[in-house]
Unconditional design. Sequence first.
Length: 388
Amino acid sequence: MNTNVIIIGAGAAGLMCAISAGKRGRPVIILDHASKIGKKILVSGGGRCNFTNLNIQAENYISANPHFCKSALARFTPQDFIALVKKHRISYNEKEDGQMFCNGSSRHIVDMLLDECNSSGVEMRLNCEIKEITKNISFIVKTNSGAIESESLVVATGGLSYPNLGATDIGHHVAAQFGLRIIPPKPALVPFTFSRGDREKFGELSGVSLEAVVICGKHKFRGEMLFTHKGLSGPAILQASSYREDGEEILVNLLPGIDAHSIFPSNRQSKIEMKNMLSRYLPRRFAHTWCKFYLPSRPLCQYNDKELFDASHLLHEWIIKPAGTEGYRTAEVTAGGVDTDELSSKTMEAKKVQGLYFIGEVVDVTGHLGGYNLHWAWASGWAAGQYA
Ligand SMILES: Cc1cc2nc3c(=O)[nH]c(=O)nc-3n(C[C@H](O)[C@H](O)[C@H](O)COP(=O)(O)OP(=O)(O)OC[C@H]3O[C@@H](n4cnc5c(N)ncnc54)[C@H](O)[C@@H]3O)c2cc1C
């Protein structure tokens, strides 16, 4: 069988690419080994799909080449996606920091994409196992349901995270087969695990959350930090995880916006116990546990100046050395992937293999939390669909 465009992967990027190419009148076939399309879209945003962010900028993406994403993001904007959402009468709202969510279910976004694919004449083959890919003049993709030949092959197979939703490393293998470099992948937007010692200390805080600034190298993220039974999670931690190298410490400012150096002196004569004083600013369970390990609690008037200075310092720069992360099982995305130096930022086509395209999370472009990853999938998919 012959077609113009084969897209492997019926996720966010693949579906958007199919719509974009289909609207140009290109015959398109999407292949996916899963039994249904858009599984990650369905679970995204806690089931309400944080589908884009009004503040999209290159600074919200991590890549060996931080400029690569600019072209695609400029040509398919949050407003372009919102126009599609409005056209399909899907109700949505803006949460904090420009994050756009469905009011109802993520299912509406998948249905919208399916509807657009259908009206663009896109053919979909699910439960389709890819057996072999070869290229002579055109590409030949051998599958469990026969071989298909095409001029263009778009790889939209995503990252390695959430293998239970169908993630595989096929995209990296296809890139390697055609001689394209890969930036080593790693789990990102992922909870940290505690060392054994820290788990014994803080495991009992599972479920406690607090507002903090989490600092990893030169990157700072303010937001919720959540104790889990294994370690730390919550938006501020997930954001920091995308930047952390193995073995690196993180710093946590437990009192953002408050100067701990000033709250102690003003209570200097007080008989209030340290752990109770801290409970005015921090969750009680946390304050009590923290004092147990870092600052034996006494009435405030019994501390000397140096002890109070050190305590203030520690509250603003609590050092944690995570043992690791929860890995791909719970990572929201995969950092790394196909090296952007191998691709055209305008078309997403491989520079040295005519007709071969890579889009979405399989590429070394990783967004911050907040709708940035789906937007990269839409924008890169749209860009490739204009040329494939
Ligand atoms: C729990 C969770 C919540 C998230 N929430 C958000 C959010 O709210 N906002 C946001 O911006 N981002 C969110 N993300 C990230 C976002 O979902 C992904 O970055 C985005 O879906 C990537 O799109 P993609 O098309 O590149 O890959 P995917 O959506 O992963 O699609 C890849 C497709 O390729 C198929 N495939 C894989 N291997 C093969 C193979 N061997 N053969 C055939 N087909 C194959 C898969 O079945 C899948 O359909 C979330 C991720 C997770 C896991």
